[in-house]
Design a protein around this ligand. Structure first.
Ligand code: CAA
Length: 389
């Protein structure tokens, strides 16, 4: 009999500041209905000057190593598409900040928003090889589009940390997976830019094509039938996208895609993403956190995941929620991570958006803004300097 492997613990963190969409709408004269209803977003997380993907990742991962022994973690896989260095893995800073043992491999992984799902699957492979080991999977991203562009309303920032191991306490990840890759230019970020480029409508079509492709492969691999799933956790660049995607899947499979069917499948998965914004690699796992925190008892129920990364790669897979999972949730901490954010006004957000770290190799400290446990204290000789409180 094959061993049960999956997500043993899940914790997330987001930024110090939050911009309500009402402030953005007031600035650019957009009807707020377009944001609240049209794309399904209410606010976006905005990182402080001294926050980045590393500080958010360490903040997400620290409660996991506080609850579990560090000794079984021999691998850290850090998934991101807003990387801070072309060579050094962001996870190496996190490894140091949270005090993991030196007998550990750390690597960074990229394929747009899909990267964390690759990390999860690779982690499962490592645990299958040696079930005594656990893998820390971290997804951390800051989503940044040009000011006054259509994508601006879908920005956000968050990190999710997941401990992957045998006999998981939360979700057992199943085989098979449905896979899909297509070479498309729907969303990308060349190395010389800090904001993403996107063809908005093309990106929506590419996502829908990927849902269909990944589902077809899942069905061919003898996966479960659609009716078996208690809920569907989609990548949510904006929460309305999950509704578009699920409607597409239901119709493709010849089912009615009425309001009730969509709400039943997705209703509990959007609560965090609607107020955090796009967190790229973390988004689908923020959807899972919301589902586990908010849905009625899911014990023993299969849940579907659709992970999409522009460019594009998608994976459709299933997980079964484990008996007793509620005792291991971090529902209060999750609510607090969102509630503790401080509202920033439009001018304050714009100033943060326009900031970039000096690239002159000198000594520069960053303004002390975050009240979180880790901060980017500055940059010195081209080296980022982090500190823990
Ligand atoms: N009240 C209610 N609804 C309104 C409204 C109002 N007053 N005004 C407009 N709307 C609706 C529109 O009808 C539309 O709904 P439908 O899509 O259901 O027709 C919706 O609001 C959005 O309106 P537009 O299409 O006119 O909006 P836009 O052109 O400004 O851009 C966007 C929308 C393309 C999503 C843009 O925000 C964008 O480019 N975002 C970034 C790209 C993205 O997130 N793509 C998603 C797929 S790619 C992916 O998933 C990877 C990733 O993470 C980036």
């Amino acid at each position: 009999m094959s061993i049960s492997i999956g997500i043993h613990d899940l914790s997330f963190a987001t930024s110090e500041f939050v911009l309500p969409h009402t402030a953005l709408a007031e600035h650019n004269g957009t009807d707020i209905g377009k944001y609240h209803v049209g794309i399904g977003q209410r606010s976006m997380s905005v990182p402080a000057a001294d926050e980045d993907i590393v500080t958010m990742a360490a903040t997400a991962a620290a409660p996991i190593v506080a609850r579990h022994s560090k000794d079984r973690i021999r691998t850290v896989v850090f998934a991101t598409e807003s990387s801070i260095d072309q060579a050094k893995a962001g996870g190496v800073y996190v490894h140091s900040l949270i005090g993991l043992p030196s007998a550990c491999r750390v690597v960074e992984l990229k394929q747009a928003c899909y990267g964390a799902t690759a990390a999860l699957q690779f982690a499962i492979g490592l645990v299958r090889r040696d079930p005594a080991q656990q893998v820390l999977v971290i997804a951390s991203d800051v989503s940044k589009y040009e000011l006054d562009s259509p994508g601006e309303a879908t920005q956000g920032a968050a990190a999710v940390a997941m401990l992957v191991g045998a006999d998981p306490a939360l979700v057992r990840i199943e085989e098979p997976s449905g896979l899909f890759t297509a070479d498309v230019m729907d969303f990308w970020r060349p190395n010389y830019r800090d904001t993403a480029l996107v063809d908005g409508q093309e990106s929506i079509s590419a996502y829908l094509q990927a849902v269909e492709g990944a589902w077809k492969d899942y069905a061919q691999q003898d996966g479960r039938s659609l009716e078996e799933f208690a809920a569907f956790v989609y990548h949510q660049p904006f929460t309305k996208m999950a509704y578009k995607a699920h409607r597409h899947l239901l119709e493709f499979c010849g089912h009615d895609a009425d309001r009730d069917a969509l709400e039943r499948a997705l209703g509990s998965t959007t609560a965090y993403n609607t107020v955090v914004g796009n967190s790229y690699t973390a988004s689908v796992y923020l959807g899972l956190a919301a589902l586990l925190d908010r849905a009625d008892d899911l014990t023993g129920r299969p849940v579907a995941f659709l992970s999409y990364g522009s460019g594009s790669v998608a994976e459709f897979f299933a997980g079964t929620v484990v008996a007793g999972y509620r005792e291991h949730l971090r529902t209060e901490e999750n609510r607090e991570a969102i509630a503790r954010r401080k509202p920033v006004d439009y001018a304050g957000y714009r100033a943060l958006h326009e900031r970039s770290l000096p690239a002159d190799g000198g000594d520069h400290s960053t303004p002390a803004q975050t009240t979180g446990p880790y901060r980017l204290a500055g940059i010195s000789g081209h080296k980022r300097v982090y500190e823990a409180r």
